[in-house]
Design a protein around this ligand. Structure first.
Ligand code: PHE
Length: 463
């Protein structure tokens, strides 16, 4: 007899869990930096339009596939259409590849949260602290293992007791903390007469200076890439969470809420991060420190400059980032574990134990990529003057190659094989109204695949 499938107890629980997946490190270090670099308001406007059209169509499709098939990603695609079973394999490979390195970065965040909480913020702001830590042998592995085991513990508890409960606690807490720090950031007096308000201007005021067609194309592709990464599609997660979504809940409304939450957190992260960095370092320096180095190198220095308050702000900040990373990591592991359960009929306990073991082994290898297995390669997305290590290779393959392919495959499956009507019917089966119906159909059939192809070609370094 088939076991009754778990489900989230309410659409509120579902929305927070899905938002927990969507809100992650990308919202915190990548969005603010891109917005400030890409003309402030120009980027923000483009991002919101894309979220309402492209983002909406992708999240809506995946959640509906999950709820319709009641399967996680590995088996859901095959159930939609026999010819697309391969897509299930590709889609579940993505979280499988991301989990080991996402947990490593989670471990780095944990290390900083511990450093600031124990009053060692000053040391963490030192020039070689970050590099020293990640190139060390055991400490990164130990922090990674703790982070991974915490994730596994939640997955082990299951959909309701684990994922839903933790999301209901951590997501509201994250929102409160982020609003608190954002307000604080705006009041900062920095160096050379710069204040937090100068940072806010860089973030929101549209700056059309030097923005021609070519430059706008770059801004729009940045916005699209960021959105695509941020909404957690093409990694089997929304399908898996959708399979736990109650049949009597309103799918369209929930998708809107997830997107609003995700976009709001990204924007607030901008208000939290850009003002202090600009106030203390200036706009140009801020634009130079992209990516992880913004969070692990530039921000600790900013916290140090805040004096006594810096340690506390830093501790609260990194604990908040830890929440964001943990709920995302949970969704990655759930997509894999749930796939193993659905495909092989394993118990949750067995699937969790096996996947945790595998992720740990991969993690250790990737950690050693910074010392024993060190090598330098150049990937098409490696910044000039920088080199890529094992972690970047995993990141590049999963995010830049596999994910666009999976998303294009999903659009083709829905747009041309099972037809958008099947998805719309699923979302309106309780008599719900479907807003943006025509837009949705045009998106999955034509526009989204083309936009995704542009992203994919960009990943190959063709633009
Ligand atoms: N959406 C997450 C973010 O913005 C990224 C992510 C989520 C990555 C889940 C992996 C798994 O950071």
């Amino acid at each position: 007899m088939e076991k009754k499938r778990n489900s989230f107890s309410s659409s509120f629980g579902f929305v927070l869990a899905a938002a927990g997946s969507a809100v992650g490190l990308g919202n915190i270090w990548r969005f603010p930096y891109l917005a400030a670099k890409d003309g402030g308001g120009v980027f923000l406007f483009t991002y919101v339009i894309l979220a309402l059209t492209f983002g909406f169509a992708l999240v809506f499709t995946e959640i509906a596939i999950g709820r319709k098939t009641k399967q996680s990603c590995l088996t859901a695609y095959g159930k939609m259409h026999k010819k697309f079973s391969w897509l299930g394999v590709a889609a579940s490979l993505v979280p499988f590849l991301i989990l080991p390195y996402y947990s490593i970065i989670g471990g780095w965040v944990l290390k900083y949260a511990v450093a600031f909480s124990t009053g060692n913020g000053k040391a963490a702001a030192g020039d070689n602290y970050f590099t020293g830590f990640i190139t060390d042998y055991f400490p990164p592995i130990i922090f990674d293992a703790v982070f991974l085991l915490a994730t596994a513990f939640v997955i082990f508890l299951g959909v309701n007791k684990g994922i839903e409960t933790i999301s209901k606690i951590l997501m509201p807490a994250l929102l409160v903390v982020i609003i608190g720090i954002a307000i604080f950031s705006l009041t900062i007096d920095g160096e050379d007469g710069r204040t937090g308000m100068d940072g806010l201007k860089a973030l929101v005021v549209p700056d059309f200076k030097g923005v021609g067609v070519k430059e706008y194309f770059e801004i729009a592709t940045d916005a699209m890439g960021q959105l695509f990464y941020s909404i957690s599609v093409a990694m089997g997660i929304m399908i898996t969470y959708g399979s736990y979504f109650r049949d009597d809940s309103n799918l369209g409304t929930s998708v809107n809420q997830i997107e609003i939450f995700d976009t709001l957190v990204s924007f607030l992260a901008g208000v939290m991060i850009i003002p202090p960095v600009v106030a203390f370092m200036g706009v140009d320096k801020m634009k130079e420190t992209a990516g992880p180095s913004l969070m692990f190198a530039a921000l600790p220095k900013v916290f140090e400059k805040m004096g006594a308050a810096g340690n506390i702000v830093g501790a609260v900040f990194f604990i908040m980032v830890l929440f964001a990373a943990l709920t995302s990591c949970i969704s990655l592991m759930e997509a894999v574990v749930s796939s193993l359960i659905d495909r092989f009929g394993w118990s949750r306990r067995k699937a969790t134990a096996i996947e945790t073991g595998i992720a740990l082994i991969f993690s250790i290898v990737i950690c050693l990529g910074y010392n024993s297995f060190y090598f330098e390669v150049k990937l098409p997305n490696t910044a000039p003057g920088k080199s890529a290590q094992l972690l970047d290779v995993f990141d590049y393959l999963s995010n830049n190659i596999f994910m666009p392919i999976v998303a294009i495959g999903t659009c083709i499956l829905v747009g041309w094989f099972v037809k958008p009507k099947a998805i719309i019917d699923e979302a309106t089966k309780n008599g719900e109204k479907m807003g943006r119906r025509r837009l949705y159909i045009a998106m999955v059939k034509y526009i989204a695949p083309v936009l995704l192809l542009i992203l994919l070609l960009g990943s190959f370094g063709l633009f």
